[in-house]
Design a protein around this ligand. Structure first.
Ligand code: PEP
Ligand code: MN
Length: 278
């Protein structure tokens, strides 16, 4: 097993377009659930960049429970993500659902997200294992940690060693909120593997009031980063508006999460100002 190899006593630290994640490096990945329009995408990207986010998230291909719900802008969405990346300098995290979209997605994605619903899509995992791009693998809605680690092994086994795991809430008997955020998964995954472990508080919570407390807890428990949904006008969002942080509040939120990460000995990965990398 590569994910759990006993020789890996040190935590894996990934370098994603100059931003480190893992070890002492904490990443804040923020952006809308879905790329909806040019204005919404660029506005959100600017706000999270200015606040100090590490990377930008946004879906062009959306896994929706109903086949009649908005499925994402597809290639046009990728184009808008590219524009946001060029303008802000933020690396882009976006979801891949179909191997036929891999080539265009690789044109813009700095990190390929594999969503919870595809955690056990082994053909998809094998394919992303064959490219060199970092992968953010989300835990399935009802998957055990062993199944998550074994899913990551499908990617690692093909030669791609840049894999991050993500706890995003699981199905339990509780119905008072969307999913149950399993924060025990963070220290346990760190016992089992050397891979960076992220937490997605947004999809677990289902409503924004819960996102800040869950984020603080995730950072304090030792997560290597957070992936969170942010929208300039959540009431107008096409998808997941109820759980999106209001973009105007994001800077204050990030400061609090940074302090919580410090409790676990981690430092937020800084984005250098444009031109500073040269
Ligand atoms: C997402 O991050 O946009 C998403 C759909 O999350 P999940 O796969 O965890 O439901
Ligand atoms: Mn979402």
């Amino acid at each position: 097993m590569i994910a759990t190899r006993p020789t890996a006593t040190e935590a894996t630290v990934l370098d994603i377009a100059g931003r480190r994640i893992g070890g002492e490096h904490f990443a804040m990945i923020a952006g809308p659930c879905t790329v909806e329009s040019r204005e919404q995408t660029l506005q959100t990207a600017r706000i999270v960049r200015d606040a100090g986010a590490t990377m930008f998230r946004g879906g062009a291909y959306k896994p929706r429970t109903s086949p009649y719900a908005f499925q994402g802008l597809g290639q046009e969405g990728l184009r808008l993500l590219e524009e946001a990346k060029v303008e802000t300098g933020l690396p882009v995290v976006t979801e891949l659902m179909d191997v036929r979209d891999l080539e265009p997605l690789l044109e813009v994605a700095d990190v390929i997200q594999i969503g919870a619903r595809n955690m056990q899509n082994y053909a998809l995992l094998t394919e992303v294992g064959r490219c060199e791009r970092p992968v953010l693998l989300k835990r399935g809605l009802s998957s055990t940690l062993e199944e998550l680690v074994l899913a990551s092994e499908y990617i690692l086994k093909e030669g791609n060693d840049a894999v991050m795991l993500c706890e995003r809430g699981i199905r339990t008997f509780e119905t008072a909120y969307r999913f149950t955020l399993d924060l025990t998964a963070v220290p346990v995954l760190k016992e089992l593997t050397h891979l960076p472990v992220l937490v997605d508080p947004s999809h677990a919570a289902g409503r924004r009031e819960l996102v800040t407390p869950l984020s603080l807890a995730a950072a304090a428990v030792g997560a290597d980063g957070i992936i969170v949904e942010v929208h300039p006008r959540p009431e107008e969002a096409i998808c997941d508006g109820a759980q999106a942080l209001v973009a105007a509040d994001f800077a204050g939120y990030l400061e609090r999460v940074r302090d919580a990460a410090a409790l676990a000995g981690k430092v937020l990965t800084h984005v250098l100002p444009a031109g500073a990398l040269a």
